[in-house]
Design a protein around this ligand. Structure first.
Ligand code: PLP
Length: 479
């Protein structure tokens, strides 16, 4: 039986006991009465050691990049080098205050300025804002820029085109900016269907939102034609750059003709994520959109760095202060550590690892799009489903072998999808173990499907009703 921390509470227990301060501390004297609490705050009372054990034991039930292989597609769960943590915890970065005079925080501003510059090179675009706190917020900022741009031009464009393989945040972000979403079907190769695109492209279209490589892990080989079509129609091209892990140093969104890009530092650039944050989703744009960026940008003049708020058409602020600074430090450290060649090598290895897994698994699981993949690929558990076990079953069984499940049931256009992204940081031994386990699970499904259906067998909780679990979470369990 694992208790929640409130149940472990014993009245009167203290973590630390401070000596009497020797001054009168009577809050009623300083705070207005209507702000005073009527009842005692219900906080758990435990010793420091109890608290430590409670949380350490909970953390041991977790799956994390530091503990197991984590091939969660579209999430780029690569190793987060510990030197990133060292850099982020340096006194000068950790203990600065956002309201401190910028003359006393020049090092922090220099880091942000240089990160902006690196991201310009990596995306191939002209200007960068580090403000957005996540990929989805980068998308929202990017689409607000698209909207403001056309408004300024006096054009009323109401539609945004999005391929059916897109990440769910894409239509959500465009819709939040008031655009109507036009979905286009992928062709039999898993790519944007140019003929479909032509059919829906008119003078009401503001932008096309794309991911390249797309969420099937496939490179959109017609990207230049697509880009020409969009620009000839006066529309903009948005690149969902949550995952740059296949292309860093090899190609870039600028070369492909994109106008707006968001980048997830918490995926490609090795800053920790999962469980909801923190992240950073900087956006990069072409020159003509530069003064629409969210403020502030960091600028440099005569070797001094300062914040620039006065952009002519800025969409304003999207995040308090200057973005998620600690995440920026980690990404900056990673980029410096890897260097230009290192980033390119990371992409090459990520693509190699994904193709290795794909080739070793495609005789055991259906591979709907059997082509060279980029940093990830999508298998289907359709065959196994006919034998009684669906993608969820396989995902759960993997946990019994100390492997985090892949992304399942996404992208939506593949039945029983299992989206696998090994990243470049995994060794051949780890990949070979994954291959062996996936093959073994396939054999188990043929011999004893019930075993796989009942998995996971090793976890503290087995299958939960996921809808109920989300709506009425029960944070307590019994073994
Ligand atoms: C992760 C991801 C996003 C969203 O990023 P968040 O930081 O989770 O908001 C958007 N698009 C793609 C393709 C992604 O993989």
């Amino acid at each position: 039986m694992t208790e929640i921390i409130f149940e472990k509470s014993r009245t009167g227990t203290r973590g630390v006991k401070l000596p009497d301060a020797g001054i009168e501390c009577n809050l009623d004297k300083y705070l207005p009465e209507n702000l005073l609490r009527e009842e005692r705050l219900d906080l758990p009372e435990l010793t420091e050691l109890d608290v430590m054990r409670h949380f350490i034991n909970l953390s041991r039930k977790n799956f994390s990049v530091d503990t197991v292989f984590y091939p969660l597609g579209s999430c780029t769960m690569k190793y987060n080098p510990k030197i990133n943590e060292y850099a982020a915890s340096l006194d000068g970065f950790l203990n600065i205050h956002p309201l401190q005079d910028t003359s006393t925080a020049q090092g922090a501003l220099q880091l942000m300025y240089e990160l902006q510059e690196y991201l310009k090179v990596i995306t191939g675009l002209d200007a960068v804002s580090l403000q957005p706190a996540a990929g989805a917020q980068g998308e929202l900022s990017g689409m607000l820029i698209v909207k403001s741009y056309f408004k300024k031009k006096g054009e009323k464009r109401t539609k945004v085109i999005i391929p059916d393989s897109a990440h769910g945040t894409n239509p959500a972000s465009a819709k939040m900016c008031g655009f109507d979403i036009v979905e286009i079907k992928s062709n039999s190769k898993g790519l944007v269907d140019i003929e479909e695109l032509k059919k829906v492209l008119d003078s009401n279209v503001a932008a096309l939102m794309m991911t390249n490589p797309n969420t099937l892990g496939l490179f959109e080989e017609n990207i230049q034609e697509i880009s020409k079509l969009m620009h000839d129609a006066g529309a903009l091209l948005y690149y969902d750059g949550a995952n740059l892990n296949a292309i860093m140093g090899i190609t870039n969104p600028g070369l492909m003709g994109f106008d707006v890009v968001h980048v997830n530092l918490h995926k490609t650039f090795s800053t920790p994520h999962g469980g909801g944050g923190p992240g950073a989703g900087p956006i990069a744009v072409v020159e003509k959109l530069a003064d629409f960026l969210p403020v502030p940008l960091v600028v440099k003049e005569d070797n001094n760095y300062f914040f620039e708020y006065e952009l002519k058409n800025t969409i304003g602020k999207v995040k308090a202060f200057y973005g998620n600074f600690g995440v920026l430090v980690r990404a900056y450290t990673y980029i410096l550590m890897m260097g230009k060649e290192g980033l390119k090598r990371a992409s090459e290895d990520a693509v190699l690892n994904a193709n290795y897994l794909k080739e070793k698994l495609k005789d055991y699981y259906d591979l709907p799009y059997d082509r060279l993949c980029m940093h990830e690929f999508v298998l289907s558990a359709d065959r196994q489903k006919h034998e009684g076990v669906n993608a969820i079953g396989i995902a759960k069984r993997l946990m019994d072998f100390d492997i985090h499940p892949p992304t399942v049931y996404f992208p939506l256009i593949v039945h029983e999808a299992m989206m696998i992204e090994p990243t470049e940081t995994e060794s051949k031994d780890t990949l070979d173990n994954f291959i062996a386990v996936m093959r073994k699970i396939n054999t188990e499904i043929q011999n004893d499907p019930a075993l796989v259906q009942e998995s996971p067998l090793k976890s503290p909780v087995s299958r939960v009703d996921e809808t109920l679990a989300a709506r009425q979470p029960n944070l307590k369990w019994t073994n």
